[in-house]
Design a protein around this ligand. Structure first.
Ligand SMILES: Cc1cc2nc3c(=O)[nH]c(=O)nc-3n(C[C@H](O)[C@H](O)[C@H](O)COP(=O)(O)OP(=O)(O)OC[C@H]3O[C@@H](n4cnc5c(N)ncnc54)[C@H](O)[C@@H]3O)c2cc1C
Length: 390
């Protein structure tokens, strides 16, 4: 199905094998409050590297997998089949970075990231700036050959596992005052400190946290600036475009697993002497879920193929937003139905339906909320005409 090549199917099956090996660990990790046994994540990462599904998005010349966008989607789709972030070890380092990085940054960040030796986190969002990135108040001031970075960043995912952060701030003084800039900040660095670690809806324990992080007079040499002064926003957009497609991919995987588990359960669960799959109301939940999964998968694969075919960047932008919007909303509807089909068991943490119901909620929020995706799509339609996008 979906016209996948032999190479595509190979990546898909390696990633599927990996995901299948993690699924049996989920319940134990959930009941342990998200905590993983010591050394487990490292061994999973090692296996992902051996399987050739790690850093699939980085070009081969820098040690990455050099995969097509479609192959990256196929890999991340399998990552999405696993709860409790157990499969987050299949990393997608910043694929936009090599094109703008200096040789020194390539050697210190890109190549080690491809080898699984360095992990990044993104410090963009602030208390008063989420959807509206331009509202950030974090600053970057040039002082001689250095920059002084200041700001408080929210929801910094995987900060606790990262050894460098992308810090997004507005320039103070100089020709580009008020414009955005992105910096590489090694972790730990003097002046970077955790303000607090809030608890979130999913159960990831201390494996992956989203702390509020303060950057107080963090001094970095000018060589830590990514690209040029004023380029920060374009890098954030590039990252969002890529991540939105990957969010869509992971939502497909989650929905596929939910649909499969709902089907098995509906056939086995007997009520009033008959399997619940024979009740029209349950059939509607199954049928709607499978239909929407097919639609979301077709949309997401086609979006990836268009990127691989070199579609105009504005078209890529609009289509990635459509894929993210539809797949995230779809997966949340499917999770809601799955809880319903499983009845009381659907409310128990040892069932995947319950875990996905909580975990998928954020897919409608991060990397741009569903409302923001709709605003982007509508804006592109009005500016360029709907025919270019669908
Ligand atoms: C678990 C988690 C992890 C995250 N990880 C990171 C990370 O690693 N790095 C990082 O920098 N950020 C991260 N984020 C932040 C995330 O990207 C933002 O939460 C998200 O973009 C929404 O911003 P906000 O929370 O400020 O909501 P707001 O922007 O305040 O939005 C509130 C509501 O208003 C709506 N709204 C806003 N603007 C519009 C509009 N133009 N039209 C219609 N409706 C609108 C929104 O859709 C939403 O419903 C993370 C968030 C979470 C929850």
């Amino acid at each position: 199905m979906y016209g996948l090549s032999a190479a595509d199917l190979d990546f898909q099956s390696r990633a599927r094998e990996f995901a299948d090996s993690l699924i049996p660990l989920e319940t134990e990790v959930e009941l342990a409050g998200g905590e993983l046994a010591a050394g487990l994540e490292e061994s999973h990462q090692k296996r992902a590297i051996e399987l050739g599904i790690y850093a699939a998005n980085l070009p081969k010349e820098y040690g990455g997998g050099g995969c097509t966008s479609l192959q990256q989607v196929l890999i991340q789709e399998q990552v999405g089949r696993v709860t409790n972030a157990l499969a987050w070890v299949v990393a997608t380092p910043p694929s936009w970075l090599p094109a703008v990085a200096t040789q020194d940054q390539i050697e210190r960040y890109v190549r080690p990231a491809a080898r699984g030796e360095r992990d990044e986190c993104y410090a963009i969002t602030e208390e008063g700036a989420g959807s509206d990135v331009d509202a950030i108040v974090a600053t970057a001031a040039r002082v001689g050959g250095d920059y002084l970075l200041n700001g408080v960043k929210w929801h910094v995912t995987s900060y606790n596992c990262a050894d460098y952060a992308f810090f997004h701030g507005k320039l103070v003084g100089g020709e580009h005052a008020g414009e955005h800039a992105m910096f590489l900040v090694d972790l730990p660095s003097p002046g970077v400190k955790v303000v607090r670690v809030p608890a979130y809806m999913h159960t990831l324990g201390t494996a992956h946290q989203h702390p509020i992080v303060a950057f107080e007079n963090v001094r970095v040499p000018a060589s830590q600036l990514v690209g040029a002064e004023g380029d920060g926003m374009s890098f954030a957009y590039e990252w969002f475009r890529f991540e939105r497609l990957m969010v869509a991919a992971r939502c497909l995987g989650a929905a596929e697993r939910l649909v499969a588990e709902m089907t098995v359960f509906a056939k086995e669960r007997v009520v009033q002497g008959q399997p619940i799959a024979s009740f029209g109301a349950v059939q509607a939940m199954l049928a709607d879920s499978l239909t929407e999964l097919f639609a979301a998968r077709s949309l997401t694969y086609e979006t990836a193929r268009n990127i691989d075919a070199g579609a105009d960047v504005k078209v890529q932008h609009g289509q990635c937003s459509m894929a993210k919007l539809y797949a995230a909303e779809m997966a949340n509807r499917v999770a809601d139905r799955a809880v319903q089909v499983f009845g009381g068991r659907g409310y128990m943490r040892e069932y995947a339906a319950e875990r996905f119901y909580r975990e998928l909620r954020v897919e409608r929020i991060w990397e741009g909320t569903s409302e923001v995706q709709r605003a982007i799509i509508a804006d592109q339609m009005v500016k360029r005409g709907p025919a270019r996008f669908a």
